[in-house]
Design a protein around this ligand. Structure first.
Ligand SMILES: Nc1ncnc2c1ncn2[C@@H]1O[C@H](COP(=O)(O)OP(=O)(O)O)[C@@H](O)[C@H]1O
Ligand SMILES: [Mg+2]
Length: 363
């Protein structure tokens, strides 16, 4: 468990409402990623896990990063935390966490920034919760690392957090060990641990993937509720578009290490502009029920060592014959505002994406 002396976050008094951030701060950019490239050496060549990725995460908003397994979602978020071994990672671009640069920062500064401002929830609670310590003690110690309070006050704070994340009998359950909790309860406890220091940024990487569908929905509801209460910026990483539909404000779709589409969740889900996003939306049960045939994105993701030329998606794209010339195979499209909507970005050569994608849906 981390031990950090300085209380970089204003101390919360027990009993004080948890929503301590000014309403006016809503929308402030906490995390600003620009032109991030991350690659790793391998025997086959360089693995280009993330290429030219840019996005902002804002207080009070949830940004979902969506894409198939291996598209670079986790690598991009681990980079935000500075968790890659610098000797075996090539990294360029900029990651500003409240104005402080992460790329190239020395380890001590990274550790300080991380512990003061960012919390992470993973698919596997085992990675955050220590098996040999009582859950309440783990949360209390994390709190004491940042707040000069007595053990008993910190213990009370832990119980309060367990209560907040919906653990029944929190006073008693605080004395349990992780193995005594069900999967869903462990996930709740990990969220309590992540939020106890009121982080500005919460990164949740596939937080519900290991859970059954009913528990998934409960955890997502909880995340949404807590986000309202804490006002943090949330980056939610998932391969499951159904998950993001529930809880996100904004969506960034990644394919083969690149952002291919960005926009508000409502717009992207209702009106996808990139053929890959369109394929993902079509594979959602509610959308496909209205179609005669269930569609999924055919084919498999490309190797990140030998990326296709031009648009990385072109080998799987059903629309490239609608692009004049051979541009999809020869030229990488830029991520640009879509025709008629500056708030929507798409990386595609199609001159009229709406016309092309809707035409296909009617076939
Ligand atoms: N430390 C590493 N060394 C080499 N390759 C890595 C490393 N971490 C991730 N990768 C590769 O980077 C790619 C993207 O991985 P990841 O971000 O974990 O995907 P996902 O979108 O499923 O979260 C994968 O091909 C993975 O094998
Ligand atoms: Mg991942």
């Amino acid at each position: 468990m981390s031990t950090f002396g300085a209380a970089a976050i204003p101390a919360l008094e027990l009993g004080e409402p948890l929503a301590t951030r000014e309403a006016t701060a809503e929308g402030d950019v906490v995390l600003s990623v620009r032109d991030l490239c991350v690659s790793f050496p391998s025997d086959e060549g360089r693995v280009r896990a993330v290429s030219n990725l840019s996005y902002d995460a804002r207080l009070g908003r949830t940004l979902a990063i969506v894409g198939e397994s291996g598209s670079g979602k986790s690598v991009s978020s681990m980079s935000v935390l500075g968790l890659h071994n610098p000797d075996r990672t090539f990294m360029s671009g900029s990651i500003l966490l409240e104005g402080e640069e992460i790329v190239g920062a020395p380890q001590e500064r990274l550790q300080r920034l991380r512990s003061a401002k960012v919390a992470m929830v993973f698919q596997d609670p085992q990675s955050s919760l220590h098996p040999f310590y009582r859950i309440g003690n783990q949360i209390a110690e994390a709190y004491r690392a940042h707040h000069p309070v007595s053990r008993s006050l910190a213990a009370a704070r832990a119980v309060e957090m367990l209560d907040l994340v919906g653990i029944p009998n929190p006073q008693r359950r605080a004395r349990s060990y992780p193995h005594e909790f069900s999967g869903g309860m462990r996930q709740r406890a990990m969220i309590a641990l992540a939020l106890v220091n009121n982080p500005k940024l919460l990164i949740a990487d596939e937080p519900t993937t290991a859970l059954d569908v009913t528990v998934q929905a409960q955890i997502l509801d909880l995340l949404k509720e807590l986000q309202r209460e804490f006002g943090s910026a949330v980056v939610l990483i998932t391969h499951d578009l159904a998950v993001v539909a529930e809880v996100s404000d904004d969506i960034l779709v990644m394919y083969a290490g690149r952002a291919v589409e960005r926009g508000s969740a409502r717009d992207v889900l209702a009106d996808p502009l990139h053929p890959y996003t369109w394929g993902l939306v079509q594979s959602l049960p509610s959308a496909s029920e209205q179609l005669e045939h269930l569609r999924a994105v055919r084919g498999v993701p490309p190797s990140l060592v030998h990326l296709p030329t031009g648009c990385s998606f072109h080998p799987r794209c059903d629309f490239r014959d609608q692009v004049p010339g051979n541009a999809c195979v020869t030229d990488l499209p830029e991520l640009l505002p879509a025709p008629g909507s500056v708030a929507r970005l798409t990386r595609c050569h199609l001159p009229d994406p709406r016309g092309s994608l809707r035409g296909q849906a009617l076939r």
